[in-house]
Design a protein around this ligand. Structure first.
Ligand SMILES: [Zn+2]
Length: 499
């Protein structure tokens, strides 16, 4: 008889210093066959579990697939609605054999700091102790004992930019299948150190550095020790003020064996010793503008220099409305330049209403948390394009997945074309420019509000790539964040005892 498995996703990375709460409206929520129709064939975690279900002959249902762009804490009402849907499906299911979840690992809620542990705790309570629960998470997660105690299997992505969400789900599903057959009895152990970040912030795109080295060790152990089913390396998500914030290593072992804890300790110790070693240095706005001006001279019609606005990254949880980058670009007199995207629903809707070709003078962006990333900027612009903002990822990250900026516009502000959106979105795919008629290859300068992930799609078309600290909420200025729940002392905020 085929195994009965529930597949579901509830994903959020919560920037606890972002004042805008993430309510239910900010989630894209799908149920049942809609998920199967939309996600099959994409490079997403859900798709990985669906293909695994086919391969292993599971009979499955998908009660909920919910995700929102990173942002402020999730409201209690939103979490209750989303998890309630999953609990109901578990409760109504008789003869359930397993559960496969796509989570993020850095969710915090208004009423509880550790949202992912809360989801897993409620899933465990509904399913009972004997139904194996497998989950995938992002390597920018803050993994707690609350998570590892309530799940049997957690697997984490091994690429940043993240291009292996699908493969991670396949790895988790393969272990789940072995558990369902009774071949293994997965059990998790966790190791941590008092640090805010480590493992090169999970970067793998340089093919070198502490994350790449740690993953080599992880893979070696998985092949050397038959009981080591999976090794998870977490860089942590440092922009969350929670007791569980920070990097970790966790191991899914077969049964209980002190070896697993000692391996986890060994690898987190490697992370601790290499915590300050990074493969990317953030450049200042001045340095970024200098390189942009040079490309304006050398490659006025492309290929572009691509500047990641590391510090104002909606994918990392900022409001996405910072204006420091645009302000610097205007001051530098750049031409044939495009910026994606400033989130400002008011301006987007006003400009859409006046229509293509109209001239407008607006106070653009910077309305939320102007002390980070820059306040409102008075600009006179021409509305070049009005769009519904819908796109499909064509780049290597979550290929085939859909997203939308909502009603949005492309404005020409002097030499800069600026996308202004109604919905705050991670900006990482060339298609997000193309839907506005901007051909990325033919631009001289591009800027994406993004930390790491834009590199996967943009490096192949770029003359030069960099990440810039514009002073936003996802930059390195941790001293500007008022942590209260973080266990102290912690590196690098506090003096640590000599080693
Ligand atoms: Zn991530």
């Amino acid at each position: 008889m085929s195994k009965q498995v529930i597949v579901a996703s509830i994903m959020h990375e919560s920037h606890t210093f972002n004042p805008v709460p993430t309510d239910l409206d900010k989630f894209t929520v799908e149920h049942g066959n809609v998920v199967v129709e939309r996600d099959r064939g994409t490079r997403t975690g859900i798709s990985g579990f669906l293909d695994a279900a086919d391969e292993y002959g599971w009979s499955f249902s998908v009660p909920i697939n919910a995700r929102a762009t990173s942002g402020g804490k999730v409201t209690k009402a939103a979490l209750d609605e989303l998890v309630g849907c999953l609990e109901q499906a578990i409760n109504e299911h008789s003869g359930l054999d397993g559960i496969a979840l796509v989570l993020h690992g850095a969710m915090s809620c208004e009423h509880c700091d550790d949202g992912d542990a809360e989801i897993l705790r409620r899933v465990r309570a509904a399913a009972g102790p004997d139904v194996p629960v497998a989950a995938t998470i992002d390597p920018h997660g803050n993994v707690s004992a609350g998570m590892t105690d309530n799940a049997d299997i957690i697997c984490t992505y091994r690429t940043t930019p993240h291009i292996d969400q699908y493969d991670t789900a396949r790895r988790a599903a393969a272990i789940l299948e072995r558990a369902l057959r009774g071949e293994v009895k997965p059990h998790m152990v966790l190791a941590r150190r008092p640090m805010l970040y480590a493992f090169d912030r999970a970067r793998t795109h340089n093919g070198a550095g502490p994350m790449v080295e740690a993953l080599e060790i992880a893979r070696r152990w998985e092949s050397e020790y038959p009981g080591v089913l999976s090794v998870g390396v977490q860089a942590g998500y440092s922009h969350a003020d929670t007791p569980q914030t920070g990097p970790s290593v966790f191991i899914v072992g077969d049964g209980e064996n002190p070896l697993y804890q000692s391996l986890a300790e060994e690898l987190i110790e490697f992370g601790w010793k290499n915590r300050a070693r990074e493969t990317v240095t953030l450049v200042s706005l001045d340095a970024a503008m200098e390189r942009a001006q040079r490309n304006n001279r050398e490659n006025p019609e492309g290929p572009p220099v691509v500047i990641g606005d590391y510090a104002d990254s909606p994918g990392g949880g900022t409001p996405g409305n910072g204006t420091n980058m645009l302000q610097a670009m205007l001051k530098a007199g750049l031409t044939n330049t495009a910026l994606g995207a400033i989130n400002d629903p008011e301006v987007a809707q006003h400009c859409a209403a006046v229509g293509e070709g109209a001239r407008v003078t607006v106070s653009l962006g910077g309305k939320i948390a102007p002390e980070f990333g820059g306040g409102p900027l008075e600009v006179t612009a021409k509305v070049l394009r009005v769009s519904d903002g819908d796109y499909v990822h064509v780049g290597p990250s979550a290929t085939g997945a859909r997203g939308s900026f909502g009603t949005s516009v492309l404005l020409q502000v002097e030499g800069i074309q600026v996308i202004v959106s109604s919905r705050n979105q991670n900006f990482l795919d060339t298609q997000q420019f193309r839907i506005f008629g901007v051909e990325p290859e033919q631009m001289s300068v591009l800027s994406c509000k993004n930390m790491h992930h834009f590199r996967a799609a943009f490096t192949p078309i770029a003359a030069d790539v960099m990440s810039c600290d514009t002073g936003g909420m996802t930059g390195y200025q941790y001293h500007r964040l008022t942590y209260q729940k973080l266990p102290r002392p912690i590196w690098p905020l506090d003096e640590m005892a000599a080693e």
